[in-house]
Write a protein that binds this ligand. Structure first.
Ligand SMILES: [Zn+2]
Length: 503
């Protein structure tokens, strides 16, 4: 069977989408998880776009031990230089150069001729090859480009030394039949590398018409060797192709495609959860592969069948992708040793200080909640991983609300041991409490999003609140976890406020 390379661009193309911004620490955590998942390439950022992005690429390059780390650059020398510099610490660096090849983009966006584009490709790819042994070239808007010109552009990149050629369906326009045909044609007509071996042929599909998975699979069938996409399909507009769906399609229907990936399937669910937590966007319940309902069987006739033999209605098993059942695992009397062991079993390695913090949170939760499940523990560990300096801490609060009175809140915070209290009125108790916090911290920002969901089931379930605050053009995400939704809300708000202060 052929091996299909999985190129993850969650940290670059995914992160670019509105509401998906991640801070450098979150990117690093996610990159480490992507390495555990076993993706072949992690695209860490676009270094020339900002010093923050360059720094994030550098940190990811430093941290990963055996995964290729790619950095994006336009087909200009300055971009290539910035990317090569950021990739210096990488064990396996890859420079990823792109330029648009459709007449529409060349004319409207770049305002250059086809000839100029070819010149830029030849020059930038050749220069990149002097800086890095692994160069990928992407023809942006490839699927709406004139076919002969697209081939000329791609062959210019191959002749200049690119070893991977990527065909992006930038605007999610192509159909599976057309994609299959295009890839087969390119496979036949692309030049070979100097050593005579074929180049790696890659696709990068967007999901505007809901065809990203089908298009990527059609490309694989026609001879593509690499698929680019993101975890949970995050990305601009309707998003990129969801890698977990490609991976499981190849695992489930590998015989048909005669292809497989090198992915550690048991890490899939954890990775998807981590992305969802980091960007504060819940996985939709009906999301293929990892949605809450993907393995739930409500209809009686289905349940009956599944109990007799899971294969009646399940083409994949939840265990395969690392979903375990939500049984009681730990309680108030479980010791630290049991907790650490469970955290490790769940696939997390936390440095001592963070582990201590997570254990303290676990004890506090076990005090309030009869049973602490794996999902609870993951939520706790996740929260511990993103701790930032707590300039303000929640001391206490009182909220007053009802149908005949206007909501008021009294909030007391601690800063360097000093107590600070304020009272405020608002449209509902949470609004009132947030206003009270605003009066204490006196930092200018805007609340752009508030969401709440339960981490587990049952009356004593933990609620997780995610808030997003905007200051200028910077957005931060704050998370709070508690069995009390007011407390979770205040913690999330303070978490975001502390992030703004720490920046
Ligand atoms: Zn893209």
């Amino acid at each position: 069977m052929r091996k299909i390379k999985i190129f993850d661009t969650t940290l670059r193309d995914g992160e670019q989408a509105p509401g998906c911004t991640m801070n450098p620490r979150e990117k690093l955590e996610l990159a480490r998880q992507l390495e555990r998942l076993g993706v072949d390439v992690v695209e860490a950022g676009f270094p020339v776009s900002s010093p923050d992005d360059a720094q994030a690429v550098r940190e990811v390059a430093q941290a990963l031990t055996h995964t290729t780390v790619a950095a994006l650059c336009r087909a200009v020398r300055g971009d290539v230089e910035a990317a090569a510099k950021a990739l210096e610490p990488a064990k396996k660096p890859r420079l990823h150069i792109f330029i648009a090849t459709s007449d529409l983009h060349l004319r409207e966006k770049l305002n250059i001729t086809r000839e100029k584009a070819l010149e830029m490709i030849a020059e930038s790819v050749a220069y990149a090859c002097t800086r890095c042994g692994d160069v990928e070239f992407s023809a942006e808007d490839a699927t709406r480009s004139d076919r002969e010109f697209l081939l000329t552009a791609l062959n210019t990149a191959v002749d200049a030394g690119a070893s991977t050629i990527n065909v992006p369906d930038t605007v999610g326009y192509i159909t599976p039949e057309e994609m299959g045909e295009l890839i087969a044609w390119l496979r036949e007509n692309l030049h070979r590398k100097k050593d005579g071996s074929p180049v790696t042929l890659s696709v990068h599909c967007h999901n505007d018409l809901g065809m990203a998975v089908a298009n990527s699979l059609a490309a694989i069938r026609a001879g593509a060797d690499q698929v680019e996409g993101t975890i949970n399909g995050i990305g601009e507009r309707a998003g990129n192709v969801a890698l977990e769906e490609i991976i499981m399609a190849l695992d489930t229907r590998g015989q048909l495609y005669q292809a497989q990936t090198g992915i550690n399937l048991r890490q899939i669910y954890r990775t998807c959860r981590l992305v969802s937590t980091v960007i504060g966007q819940k996985i939709p319940p009906n999301k293929p592969v990892v949605g809450r309902n993907a393995f739930n069987h409500e209809a009686g006739i289905h349940q009956h069948g599944v109990l007799k033999n899971p294969l009646t209605y399940e083409i994949m098993s939840p265990e395969t992708i690392g979903i375990y059942d939500n049984d009681l695992v730990l309680g108030k009397h479980s010791g630290k040793h049991a907790f650490i062991q469970r955290v490790e079993e769940l696939g997390y390695t936390l440095p001592g200080e963070l582990l201590e913090r997570a254990f303290t949170r676990f004890l506090a939760l076990a005090d309030r909640k009869k049973t602490v499940t794996n999902k609870d523990i993951e939520a706790i560990v996740g929260a511990a991983g993103y701790t930032i300096p707590e300039t303000y801490k929640l001391h206490s609060f009182v909220v007053n609300s009802g149908t005949v009175i206007s909501a008021t809140a009294v909030v007391k915070l601690l800063r360097d041991g000093e107590e600070m209290e304020h009272v405020a009125r608002g449209d509902g108790p949470i609004d009132a409490a947030f206003k009270a916090i605003d009066r204490i911290v006196k930092v200018g920002f805007q609340l752009v999003n508030y969401s709440i969901h339960s981490v587990t089931e049952g009356e004593d379930a933990q609620g997780e609140v995610v808030v997003k605050l905007r200051q200028g053009n910077h957005t931060v995400t704050g998370r709070g976890l508690s069995t009390d939704i007011f407390e979770a809300s205040l913690k999330a708000y303070l978490n975001a406020v502390n992030k703004i202060i720490a920046q």
